[in-house]
Design a protein around this ligand. Structure first.
Ligand SMILES: [Zn+2]
Length: 320
């Protein structure tokens, strides 16, 4: 194993989670412009893509899957919604005057850790509901349509599902009086977590393997094995999954590179606009919508007939 490979395996996750969130914390606590966080986010993506090349979990997940344009669009829309959410905080506070429950006297780090812990529960709860109820699954399925995991896939969300996430997970915190500073850091931490959770990096997690909702814990959540991936719903920690009995540390069989996706929609659309309308076309439990099935062209039919003839002529006695 090369030195670089070792650095990535052991250093990637600590640097992304502690280093980048630490840098964001410093920017926000020192009163620098929040615009620097955008630069940090670009650094996070660059590091994730570099680490995936150096120490990939599966080589196949680094191959082009023709999903980059849609995923870039998802990343832009995701972050634009995040920013809009933060900008709306003063308006929400004005509409619902805050009653001072939030412990603003705590150090900023304490407020942030509390926000992460509470939001992790809310995200996990919405996520669990999104796998349980078909109306929500239609929206969340856009995230599960991906047939590989890599840095960009964490931000692949239907905007309606992202809005639901924000309303359930962060609105209550805002109504309790969470300051804008904490909201900005929480939003940044969620983005970094989504990148780490989905990046194709063979990180050595040691004793944290079953503590954090990343790596193999999250791979199992994305398998296309019917209901077997309906577990490990957490975003940050496995804590809430353990409490709710949905924590499965080991897959029932080894996971391969081609096990990602939705079993009943093997031809998940690759275009961003198609993914936006997907929830309104897909009917859970009724198989793949015709719209996504490969077209049966005249040339395809002729080729299939030719192949069938070939097979027949190879069967002993079939020629007679
Ligand atoms: Zn899910």
């Amino acid at each position: 194993m090369s030195v670089l490979n070792r650095v990535v395996r052991y250093g990637y996750v600590p640097f992304m989670l502690l280093g980048l969130n630490g840098a964001a914390y410093w920017i926000v606590s020192q009163g620098y412009h929040y615009g620097w966080l955008a630069l940090l986010l670009l650094v996070a993506f660059a590091l994730a893509f570099a680490a995936e090349q150096i120490a990939p979990w599966f080589d196949d997940w680094n191959d082009p899957h023709h999903d980059d344009p849609a995923n870039i669009a998802h990343a832009i829309v995701y972050e634009a919604s995040n920013i809009t959410g933060v900008l709306m905080i003063p308006l929400i506070v004005w509409m619902f005057p805050v009653n001072g429950i939030w412990p603003t006297q705590w150090p900023l780090i304490g407020q942030l850790l509390m926000a992460i812990l509470i939001a992790d529960f809310a995200f996990m709860f919405v996520h669990w509901m999104s796998h349980k109820y078909p109306v929500l699954w239609r929206l969340h399925a856009v995230h599960h349509g991906v047939d590989r995991l890599y840095g960009f896939n964490g931000l692949v969300r239907h905007p309606l599902h992202q809005t639901l996430d924000m309303v359930v997970a962060t609105l209550p915190l805002v109504l309790l009086g969470m300051p804008v500073q904490v909201a900005v850091l929480l939003g940044f931490a969620v983005s970094i977590q989504l990148i780490v959770q989905h990046s194709n990096v063979a990180a050595a997690l040691g004793p944290f393997r079953n503590v954090m909702s990343i790596g193999q814990i999250h791979h199992l959540h994305h398998v296309n094995w019917g209901k077997e991936g309906d577990c490990n719903f957490g975003l940050f920690l496995t804590l809430w999954d353990r409490i709710f009995g949905t924590f499965h540390p080991q897959p029932p069989r080894p996971i391969t590179a081609s096990d990602m996706g939705i079993d009943e929609v093997p031809h998940f659309p690759k275009s961003y606009l198609e993914q936006l309308i997907f929830p309104f076309i897909y009917k859970p439990g009724q198989g793949e919508p015709e719209r996504y099935q490969p077209k049966t062209t005249a040339a395809n039919i002729a080729r299939q007939a030719h192949e069938a003839q070939d097979t027949q002529s190879k069967v002993p006695g079939a020629a007679e």
